[in-house]
Write a protein that binds this ligand. Structure first.
Ligand code: SF4
Ligand code: SF4
Length: 654
């Protein structure tokens, strides 16, 4: 019995059509290379302020993990992770198979027989099946299951269906070509699916040649279209993953001439690359509080608008033809720029690590630097500049809440920890109650601490998020001078906003969040949770604690340690948690949109059977108390800080 093999390019090797195909393939390749070259030139016009190629080992690890094995996606959405694995690996194997055939045809076919051939045929068959199955899942998901992330469409998106249909037709034609070849009387060997379909299709050489040509032409069209359609993400997404950042702090651009992002060239080249990597999956906008509230902001639209803007500003070989394009109103409108709560959910959800929020931050900086910020943002900044708090309360009142309490001041005492009270706890009456209870808890723990009373200023976290970099640096210098004056080496903050900026954007001292101090004391027995608190509690993750600093379990561990508390989760929790809407300057603004993030979150909490909505951030307290009232849930649901629940358990009083 002869060794299993087959004639390469069977049925077409002699035809003129084959030569024509080589010409067309060369043209498709040139169009592809031209498209890649054009985007390379466009990306070169972007800024290059950050090293995106250090620690290459780690970077490649993420490419393999999230770009090739889709682990980031799989962990959140099993079905979509599997779909991507099937499509990518089916496609890759079929491409390798085609290249192998080319090598066998034009270099040597000696290897193309026996066991190799049997494995080759089986692999091609299975790869085709994988690609087909992945495409069916994708089509079903997009057009039949229709998850909420597809609810808001980028109106200029025309190629979603086309790209899926093109791939599906190429795949099906591949099976038909295989089947007609086998139906000519050749053994199918390990090509089980091709063999099965061959029983359904009678042999016809002309039909074979037509199908083969169509399959081949569509594959060439696919290659040529990659740089010009959403297919660009096939190349751009792995590169985007390779160039991801682990930085939590806002971008720092040390260039005297840089005044924020006003024109496309003010963005990083990596942002431009990201506009190609975005495949319009909608995961970012589904998680975005601004999109959910019906504002004009969608983080997905940012990327799509940016790509469109770049596309229109450069000619077909990447020469700039339009250099007076502004980002405002082409990429984002004014409402959208300021509706961002800087919750980081878009960046957390994006499977390819796009930094949508950072683009908004850079645009905010450009608008603030140009003196064009809306009046409420200008008021916010003036309040912080003059009175060191967002509400413009007189700064001498900062320590008024502490009147009558025996709180040590740094100038009168030796201390280990500086308690940074923060604007929320110092000026907002509801949060002042929390601060007062914390004093009793700190005394119970016996920690050596002090405050700086009315000398405390603003940490600058939200000032920076609003884009006022100059004021942030001023506040940072003032605060560092204050810490130096009192010899501060350790700081604990009551607000996740202050905690975040001290931990990630200041240097020279140790920073803890107040709940870390409390949990340490519970663990080592300095704080006794004596009294049961018989309540059902749901916990709302503050963005600046969770997504920014990964502290998801710590507050839950405290809540679980309190006797009597039953912890129930809202459907969106931990990294998926929905923002209260108070970040990025929105605490003191009238929020645009038909709905508001705090109302949406209050409704979510109301849907659990919890009677306490626990928070760990003064902004969340303000926003969610308001949301609970607006949604008329205040009879059923009470908003309490985790500190207050600890207080009840330690001291037995409300
Ligand atoms: S940071 Fe939050 S509010 Fe801003 S665009 Fe991203 S998801 Fe939306
Ligand atoms: S930015 Fe990321 S999450 Fe948003 S649509 Fe694009 S790929 Fe999806």
């Amino acid at each position: 019995m002869s060794e299993p093999t087959r004639e390469l390019l069977w049925g077409v090797s002699e035809s003129i059509v084959l030569r024509l195909h080589y010409v067309l393939f060369a043209i498709a390749t040139v169009i592809f290379i031209l498209g890649v070259f054009r985007w390379y030139r466009i990306l070169k016009t972007g800024r290059n302020d950050e090293n995106r190629f250090d620690s290459l080992g780690k970077r490649f690890y993420y490419v393999v993990r999230d770009g090739l094995a889709f682990a980031r996606l799989y962990m959140r959405e099993e079905k979509m992770g599997i779909m991507h694995i099937l499509v990518l690996w089916g496609f890759v194997l079929l491409t390798i198979g085609t290249l192998t055939l080319t090598v066998a045809e034009y270099i040597t076919s000696s290897f193309f027989r026996g066991v190799f051939y049997l494995v080759f045929e089986a692999t091609m068959d299975l790869a085709g099946l994988a690609l087909f199955s992945g495409l069916v899942i994708a089509i079903h998901n997009r057009y039949f299951a229709k998850p909420s992330r597809f609810a808001r469409k980028w109106e200029l998106a025309k190629d979603d269906g086309f790209v899926l249909a093109l791939l599906l037709v190429i795949t099906l034609l591949g099976f038909v070509v295989e089947a007609i070849r086998i139906s000519s009387g050749m053994p199918s060997y390990t090509a089980i699916i091709g063999g099965f379909i061959s029983n359904l299709i009678p042999f016809d050489l002309t039909a074979y040649r037509v199908t083969w040509s169509l399959h081949s032409l569509l594959a060439m069209l696919f290659i040529a279209l990659i740089p010009y359609t959403k297919l660009a993400h096939i190349v751009a997404a792995p590169l985007n993953i390779l160039t991801r950042t682990e930085r939590i702090s806002a971008r720092t651009i040390e260039d005297e001439e840089y005044m924020g992002a006003i024109e496309p060239k003010d963005l990083q080249w990596r942002d431009m690359l990201s506009s190609l990597a975005c495949m319009r999956c909608g995961r970012c906008q589904d998680a975005c509080p601004a999109t959910n509230s019906g504002t004009t902001l969608s983080p997905m639209f940012i990327m799509q608008n940016l790509r469109k803007t770049l596309d229109e500003s450069f000619d077909f070989i990447g020469r700039q033809r339009n250099d007076d394009v502004l980002l405002l109103d082409t990429v984002l409108d004014m409402e959208a720029v300021w509706a961002c709560t800087t919750c980081r959910a878009c960046m957390e959800m994006c499977p390819v690590y796009i930094e949508q929020m950072e683009i908004i931050g850079e645009m905010r900086r450009g608008i603030v630097e140009s003196g064009e910020a809306p009046p409420d943002i200008r008021d916010f900044l003036t309040n912080v500049q003059k009175q060191k708090n967002p509400w413009g309360e007189a700064k001498y009142k900062r320590d008024a809440w502490a009147k009558g309490l025996d709180i040590p001041h740094a100038k009168n005492t030796e201390f280990e920890w500086l308690w940074w009270v923060g604007c929320g706890h110092a000026f907002d009456s509801r949060n002042q109650e929390v601060a007062k209870k914390l004093v009793r808890i700190l005394n119970e723990i016996g920690i050596s601490y002090a405050t700086v009373g009315r000398e405390e200023g603003c940490c600058g976290n939200d000032v920076r998020r609003v884009g006022e970099e100059g004021l942030f640096q001023l506040l940072q210098e003032e605060n560092m001078a204050l810490f130096e004056k009192y010899g501060v080496e350790k700081v604990f903050a009551t607000s996740p906003h202050c905690y975040n900026t001290f931990k990630n954007e200041y240097e020279g001292f140790e920073t803890k969040f107040v709940l870390e101090i409390i949990l340490d004391a519970i663990r080592d027995g300095r704080l006794k949770l004596r009294h049961p608190v018989n309540r059902k509690v749901t916990f709302h993750d503050p963005c600046y604690l969770g997504r920014y600093n990964g502290m998801y379990e710590l507050p839950r561990e405290i809540l679980r340690a309190i006797p009597g508390i039953e912890l129930v989760e809202m459907p969106r929790n931990r990294e998926n948690a929905f923002c209260c809407g108070g970040g990025g300057g929105n605490l003191v603004r009238e929020y645009p949109g038909e709905d508001r993030p705090n109302n949406i979150r209050a409704r979510e909490a109301g849907m659990t059977d919890a009677d306490i909505l626990a928070v760990a951030c003064p902004f969340c307290m303000i926003m969610l108390e308001d949301g609970v009232k607006m949604e008329k849930l205040d009879e059923k649901l009470r908003v309490m800080d985790v500190i207050e629940l600890v207080y009840q358990s330690v001291l037995g009083e409300e």
